[in-house]
Design a protein around this ligand. Structure first.
Ligand code: G16
Length: 573
């Protein structure tokens, strides 16, 4: 592509997606995220960057997801997806930030510089997959993304409204067809309205098993359920809070194909004036420790709560005193890790190393349970699935979850090969366990945390073990905890180290936190700037809920005082 062709980059910017704000924007925990009205030029420019990235990766497909995930409706954002279906490589985040912030006048020259710096061969083909969540601002932003791709002569394919993990899956499949077919619903299923997972009849179009997203996840779930009779205190009814977002809508499609293996009762699907993530969804349930609005259920009924773009999930039930019992990402991670460990043992596999990855938000009780009871290695990394994912890849089987319900399991090629071999050649008991594990792997969306895939994994383990949510809860007892947000003038005055467990600036804040924590039995607390909202997050845990609340408030007050708080000073809840 000769440099003169870059003029169109400026033309599109000036005519259609001008930069109308000087507010600096940074590629954060999961891409760019802010008020939707400030994002159009950013998304257009990320369309340019996605094309450059695709060419650097020899024309492999890159993904762009328009979403602000757990944030409220007025926000929006864009996440870039790398060829393996992973989050954008970290070293490119600075390039993305640079391109997002230059003036329109400098955009053409900066684009040329970036192309040179990353050594992109602009003569190659480039492919970009674009998806969006249900926000009313998403279509306009998706159009800006397409224009960015067109400006550099890439090929854009739009997926319309999809969950973030569906787009990650499709990107991976487009680049690696052994993983599946890059579609949400396969051709065959759409044309013939056939239940997922059934034998395909003969015929030119349908003679091949299409492993589209639904087929892969739901087909494998149905296969495993055929091997696991319902028993014990497990019941097949699951209530789901869809956060008024895309995840619930997709489960509504899947629900029809479940044939009673799982009875999904869906709430908060976006109708009846329900607002995205407002007083509902995984983030609300986890942070407020309250049930979502719009879901009515009997005591002890198992409920799963998704977030706005379907990449997080937490479970809960209310007991007969209407008390909240939360089964968060830590509880999910330990459930999955213990089941995989049990199956590996039954397969008599000793050479595969399983490990668990958490963040500082992991409840102290979960970390102790993993180490002392499960006897599984566990590591702690910075917030952001991109960090957890990479750490998990260092194990043969890596289970990673943030306490907020964002996570999945990744399996190395060695692990898959070993398990598949035993499933075919092992002794009968080994074969049985390995076959379950093969299905379990197929239910997993290994590219990124996926609420739908995680839901089917959790339901599989609960069914296999005959567990109710109440019985699942007893694995270990969480230390009471509390999360708060503090608004400050500039959240970047807070820096952290040691996987965000220590605050290195502003001066004096960490010693104040240490002093406060020392006053509480089993106390622990940390502060960090959010990468998705304009706030500083505070986490505290202690021996009782009252003490956890108190410690969190005191730490929040210290942040307010030492880091330039704005608005009302935090007060006890
Ligand atoms: C994103 C990230 C998560 C992170 C969350 C909150 O989730 O993918 O890894 O835990 O933001 O991040 P922060 O505390 O930096 O605001 P989502 O579901 O909003 O995309």
């Amino acid at each position: 592509m000769p440099p003169s062709s870059l003029r169109v980059v400026y033309a599109f910017a000036r005519e259609m997606h001008p930069k109308t704000t000087d507010v600096f924007i940074q590629y954060g925990t999961a891409g760019f995220r802010t008020k939707a009205s400030l994002l159009e030029h950013v998304v257009y420019r990320m369309g340019l960057l996605a094309v450059i990235r695709s060419r650097v990766k020899n024309g492999r497909t890159i993904g762009m997801m328009i979403t602000a995930s757990h944030n409220l409706e007025p926000d929006n954002g864009v996440k870039l997806i790398d060829p393996e279906g992973e989050m954008l490589e970290e070293s490119w985040e600075a390039i993305a930030t640079r391109l997002a912030n230059v003036s329109d006048n400098d955009l053409e020259s900066t684009t040329a510089e970036v192309i040179k710096e990353v050594n992109a061969d602009m003569g190659l083909k480039a492919s970009v997959f674009i998806g969006m969540d249900t926000r009313y601002t998403s279509p306009r932003l998706a159009a800006a993304a397409v224009h960015g791709v067109m400006a550099l002569k890439g090929t854009a394919k739009e997926f319309g409204i999809v969950t973030t993990p569906i787009l990650h899956y499709c990107v991976r499949c487009r680049n690696d067809n052994t993983y599946g077919t890059p579609t949400e619903e396969g051709q065959f299923i759409m044309n013939h309205n056939h239940p997922y997972g059934e034998q395909m009849p003969d015929g030119p179009k349908s003679s091949r098993m299409e492993t589209c997203y639904y087929e892969k996840i739901v087909g494998a779930f149905k296969n495993i359920r055929a091997k696991l009779p319902v028993h014990g205190s497990y019941n097949t009814t699951l209530y789901v809070d869809g956060a008024n977002g895309v995840g619930g809508k997709k489960l509504n499609i899947i629900k029809k194909s479940l044939d009673g293996e799982l009875d999904l009762v869906l709430y908060n699907l976006g109708g009846n004036g329900g607002k995205l993530n407002l007083n509902c969804g995984a983030d609300f349930v986890k942070v407020s420790q309250k049930p979502p609005v719009g879901v009515e259920h009997a005591p002890f009924q198992r409920v799963a709560s998704l977030d706005g773009d379907g990449d997080r999930i937490v479970y809960y039930y209310l007991d007969d005193k209407n008390q909240m019992n939360l089964l968060d990402g830590d509880k999910i991670a330990t459930l999955l890790a213990s089941y995989i460990t049990e199956l590996l043992k039954a397969c008599e596999v000793t050479e595969l190393k399983l490990g668990l990855v958490q963040t500082a938000y992991a409840n102290g009780a979960s970390t102790r349970y993993i180490t002392d009871d499960l006897k599984v290695p566990v590591s702690c990394v910075k917030t952001g699935v991109k960090h957890l994912h990479h750490a998990a890849l260092s194990y043969d089987i890596g289970v990673y979850f943030e306490a907020n319900g964002h996570g999945t399991v990744v399996y190395s090629e060695l692990a898959k090969r070993t398990i598949r071999k035993i499933a075919q050649e092992g002794e009968p008991e080994q074969r049985k366990a390995a076959q379950l594990l093969v299905n379990f792997i197929d239910i997993t969306n290994e590219t990124v945390g996926d609420a739908i895939s995680d839901l089917f994994l959790v339901e599989t383990v609960l069914c296999a073990r005959g567990l109710s949510a109440r019985a699942w809860m007893t694995a270990y007892t969480d230390l009471p905890c509390r999360q708060l947000k503090v608004t400050v003038q500039d959240r970047n005055v807070i820096s952290t180290a040691d996987a965000e467990r220590t605050c290195t600036s502003p001066e004096g804040l960490q010693s104040k936190v240490d002093e406060l924590v020392a006053g509480y039995k089993s106390g622990r607390a940390f502060v960090r700037p959010s990468g998705t909202e304009d706030v500083v997050r505070v986490y505290a845990e202690a021996e009782t809920q009252e003490f956890a609340d108190q410690l969190a408030t005191e730490v929040a007050q210290a942040v307010y005082d030492l880091a330039g708080g704005v608005g009302d000073r935090p007060t006890p809840a």
